[in-house]
Design a protein around this ligand. Structure first.
Ligand code: IPD
Ligand code: CA
Ligand code: CA
Length: 266
């Protein structure tokens, strides 16, 4: 069953597809790319910056009044103070640089402080995940639903493992120990945006991570919710974009996954 995309979703999908064309060619030449470093293990590539510029151009052309919050170039205020795009040009940059085809463009629309639409595009497999408030979550033209699993022992969960100087390593090791003891497995694929899209698609039964940025998760949050899933901070609060803490799961497992993770926090 296909649905009619709203004008905003059409704009977002078009912008993502256009930017992805060049990004795919860059990925093919990843070894030749000129790479600079933002900090330890946090690379920014020419492709990152160019992709963000292309997205910004397309979106600004279609919606000249809207503002932006972007990973590479920060905040740009729009004439409309209530609407802005939240963009991660490549979520999964480390994968991209290593030639691992698990990365995505993520675009969310925030209106009056609420995320109302999200697009997460995985260029290598041509998977266009999109969702809009009240209009469901979709993978290309197929409706997405979170998984129906209710047993932890049959479920797999995605997460993000802290690295180098980021995050509380000890606390994470406790969390992973608890979840691995009761689940069918844990995955660390390296793109929080795609992890959330995969929860929406029912591939992962849940996901948790801390230390994330708004552009990593804004589109994914509405995607999981519109697919019938639940998303909050790990402690159950609703400030994910501010705190960077995320717990997402199907409604059968959300509470148990949260408790399993929290029980480890001494
Ligand atoms: C990263 C990815 C990764 C998550 C990191 C993020 P980037 O974003 O989402 O899965 O674990 O915390 O920084 O740097 O590839 O845009
Ligand atoms: Ca990111
Ligand atoms: Ca990024």
């Amino acid at each position: 069953m296909a649905t009619l995309q709203s004008a905003n979703i059409t704009v977002m999908v078009k912008a993502a597809r256009k930017a992805a064309g060049k990004l795919k060619r860059d990925y093919g030449e990843v070894e030749q790319l000129q790479v600079s470093t933002k900090g330890p293990a946090d690379f920014v590539t020419v492709a990152d910056i160019r992709t963000e510029e292309m997205l910004r151009d397309s979106l600004a052309h279609a919606r000249p009044e809207y503002g932006f919050l972007m990973e590479e170039s920060g905040t740009i205020a729009g004439n409309d103070p209530n609407r802005r795009w939240i963009i991660d040009p490549i979520d999964g940059t480390t994968n991209f640089i290593h030639g691992i085809p698990y990365f995505a463009i993520s675009i969310a629309l925030e209106e009056n402080n609420q995320i109302t639409a999200g697009v997460i595009y995985e260029p290598i497999n041509d998977q266009m995940f999109w969702a809009e408030k009240g209009n469901g979550a979709w993978l290309n033209d197929r409706r997405m639903r979170v998984s129906g699993r209710s047993q932890m022992e049959q479920s797999i969960f995605a997460t993000g493992i802290p690295f180098l100087n980021r995050g509380d390593h000890k606390q994470f090791l406790q969390q992973i120990e608890s979840v691995m003891a009761v689940s069918a497995g844990i995955r660390r694929f390296g793109s929080a945006a795609l992890d959330l899209a995969y929860v929406a698609a029912g591939r992962f039964d849940g996901f948790w991570e801390t230390g994330l940025q708004p552009w990593d998760i804004a589109a994914g949050i509405i995607m999981v919710r519109e697919a019938g899933g639940m998303v909050s901070e790990i402690n159950g609060r609703d400030g994910m974009l501010k705190t960077g803490s995320v717990l997402a799961a199907n409604p059968n497992l959300y509470k148990e996954l949260g408790q399993t993770i929290l029980n480890t926090v001494k």
